[in-house]
Design a protein around this ligand. Structure first.
Ligand code: TYM
Length: 348
């Protein structure tokens, strides 16, 4: 790849991130993304958060469920502390700049770059890739468009999105290089904290995911207090007590996952959790974790279901967010058309 022609420092700090409304939000989404989105907003940084419904349809979505899940995700964001006045909160399809820029990026990105994406490889492993949607293959190009339509400088995500963000940087560099202009920032991924990769409660070597067939493997933000407590009590562990140093968790993925979840929920370092529970049996640690999770998550769950009683209000918030998002993205994408040489002469 060519050298970057600029540094992100030349662009004002703006945060962008997105979540797919393709299923309920999980504890992984909450700790790896949502909780950190709220922190960034509360630090007073300009924050743009998007429910990426166009990414969701890269695999089949029932239309009525997609609409419901998009509203539910919006309710989850607000219940978790996203203030739609301070942050911009909207669904992707309402701002056409995303799809428009994605097309241009489809012509900048190379087939080889897309074929090397591990998520594409994982999703097609053991299957016939020929039957997957073209959208699934081009997914990272739309993701780069999401980010760069706002010239976002920082993107908070979980560990699993790292490679997609590297591709976003590659697209920005190639665009800047090909058109000889310092137009797009080279966006920084922000992957930090104890829970950048929350693992399945049934298998500490697998990511907690909304698409896992076992509901026991994950905590959903819609789970009630009893269900949350039960899932943590039944979480897979080994027979050893907790070690007295963090190194002692090295080959114990299930135990390490529970310690990391505790740390992220309590805003502690994993080392501090180990100091507090050194030598404790899981019979002691799991109920403490369950209590902590219920204390932190049930207010969110309750507020989410309250918000879901008024879907029209959620749609209104998303519409207002989309207007504000469009006001930023439209002029940027119009400039891109100009840079690549498109005639823009309509009288509107
Ligand atoms: P998605 O919808 O799979 O996940 C949304 C966010 O949650 C994080 N996450 C996790 N973090 C820790 N542990 C887990 N088990 C876990 N599961 C999910 C993800 O890393 C992500 O931050 N491609 C993206 C959506 C997207 C996007 C964007 C993100 C579209 N455009 C632009 C950032 C910027 C995705 O599928 O996330």
């Amino acid at each position: 790849m060519s050298e970057p022609v600029q540094t992100p420092q030349t662009f004002p700090t703006r945060i962008f991130s997105g979540i797919q409304p393709s299923g309920g939000l999980t504890l992984g989404n909450y700790l790896g993304a949502l909780k950190r989105f709220v922190q960034k907003q509360d630090e007073g940084i300009e924050t743009v958060y998007c429910l990426v419904d166009m990414h969701a349809i890269t695999v089949w979505q029932d239309p009525a469920r997609l609409r419901q899940q998009t509203r539910e995700a919006a309710a989850g964001f607000i219940a978790a502390g996203i203030d739609p006045k301070r942050s911009i909160l909207f669904n992707q399809s309402q701002v056409t700049a995303h799809a428009e820029l994605a097309w241009i990026f489809n012509c900048v990105a190379r087939m080889g770059w897309m074929s090397r994406m591990t998520q594409w490889k994982d999703k097609t492993a053991g299957k016939n890739a020929e039957t997957e949607s073209l959208g699934l293959f081009a997914y990272p190009s739309l993701m780069a468009a999401d980010i760069l339509a706002y010239k976002a400088t920082h993107v908070p995500v979980g560990e699993d999105q790292k490679q997609h963000l590297e591709l976003c940087r590659d697209i920005a560099m190639k665009f800047n290089h090909d058109y000889k202009i310092n137009f797009f920032p080279i966006t920084e991924p922000v992957i930090e904290g104890a829970a950048t990769r929350v693992m399945s409660l049934r298998d500490g070597t697998k990511k907690m995911s909304k698409s896992d067939p076992s509901d026991q493997s994950r905590i959903n933000l819609t789970d009630d207090a009893d269900t949350i407590a039960k899932k943590f009590r039944k979480a897979k562990t080994d027979p050893e007590p907790l070690p007295d140093t963090i190194d002692g968790l090295k080959d114990r993925p299930d135990a390490r996952n529970l310690v990391n979840i505790y740390a992220a929920l309590a805003d502690m370092a994993p080392e501090a959790v180990i100091t507090q529970y050194a030598g404790a049996q899981f019979g002691t640690f799991k109920p403490a974790l369950a209590d902590l999770a219920v204390a932190k998550l049930s207010p969110i769950t309750t507020e989410m279901s309250r918000l879901m009683q008024d879907p029209a209000e959620i749609d209104r918030i998303l519409g207002e967010g989309a207007d504000r998002a469009d006001a930023i993205a439209r002029p940027i994408v119009d400039q891109v058309y100009d840079i690549v040489g498109m005639i823009r002469s309509r009288h509107v």
